[in-house]
Ligand binder design. Sequence first.
Ligand code: C2O
Ligand code: CU
Ligand code: CU
Length: 490
Amino acid sequence: MRRRQFLFLASLPAVATACGSGGSGVEEDAANNALTFSNRLRIPPLAESTTGADGVRRFALTMQRGQAELLPGKPTETWGFNGPLLGPTIRARRGETVRIAVTNQLAETSTVHWHGMRLPARMDGGPHQTIAPGKTWTPQWTIDQPTATSWYHPHPHGGTAQHVYRGLAGLFLVDEPDGPRLPDRYGVDDIPLILQDKRLDEDGSLTGDPLKGTFGILGEHILVNGTYDPFLDVSTERVRFRVLNGSNARMYHVEFADRRKFHVIANDAGLLDAPVEVDRVSLTPGERVEIIVGFAPGEQVVLRTAGGTADIDKGTFNLLKIVAAASLTKSAELPSRLADTRIEVPAGARVRRFRLNGHDAINGNEMDVSRIDEVVPAGAREIWEIENHVYAHNFHIHEVAFKVLEVDGAPPPAYATGLKDTVYVPAKSTVRLAVQFGRHTDPTSPYMYHCHILRHEDSGMMGQFVIVEPGTENQVPRTIVGAGSHGTHD
Ligand code: C2O
Ligand code: CU
Ligand code: CU
């Protein structure tokens, strides 16, 4: 009892400061600034696979319950893939055909969505591809997209916030056989950093309701790869970090405590044209960034997130201490060119407008799994304009890659000019996107677009689009018969 009171009081001043100061970026946080960096950063294992005589590479994921030690000595009930928390990192090459058996050992129906993968809608794992308890769903597709840090997570309609919050998420890395030479030794100079904030009770249990309040949960404990209070030993001159914001609502402004410069090399959907030097990068839920950081022998530096003024980014939190070995292995020079990210939208291209309403609708409509909101011809390049008249949101489109053209009339920062699939839409602003759609057509299986603040997604800030043969846009049904049970496999 005394302990609970102490914790409650201890956390009050931080909250009050954060609200009162308007986010100068220096508010100290109660929980994460008490870090001592005493736990080795967990690195999710690489997923095992077998390749059959048919050349198909097979993976298996099982959604299960378990216990993870987040706070020292206090086991937390969690959910994970092939283990108690998070999931293995799937890594595959462009051109490979993958087949992933996803088994649901939870007591409730879920789905697994491949966020960032460009694939047929029936393989996408959105709300229509439900997996009942005890069942297995086995999507298969051929990877045809550039080098990228994608990820996977549940997407059951109305249940995504809860399923992700309990721990279900993993990375899906795509390599390109003849891409530029970059650090790629997983766990050595190619390190994932999955950032997730949690609210933990004094007994270590996950607490709070991710479907309450304006944004759901903004937790006081920030875990990296599911590790509380982490440190990481590095042994090379340069390290590539793949940073995923896997949080329900929190936005991060990632920087080093000594404000050193580093290079951004990739956004959500692929490498940038060229590396961009920065001293801070911002990420809203669902966004990824790849960075290359240089280290000096024997040094130590803290990675942190700086507080901001967007409601979802309050408080400065330390995230991870990086400890460089006394002697470091030489790293290759950073290439000066990385990729070609152009998306040329033809003159007179279709412009679609999406107005974000409150936290539960787009263009005045709450998500309806049986309604097709938009019909897009295969291979189209279009302008999508997202208008936000209220508080912070973001916007994610399944299947596509896009470039951010403008945020309120101004170009995005240079480090965010690559291919993306999720974009921050600040309060009271309009974002313009050049969107490249794929060529997998299916008039009866939709892809989703939505706010990736999971509380908003779950309460209806989501819509559905289909990709169809050009010329058939007006012939396809706008209603999905039997949606809800549609797509269930066994
Ligand atoms: Cu990361 Cu529709 O999802
Ligand atoms: Cu997605
Ligand atoms: Cu939102």
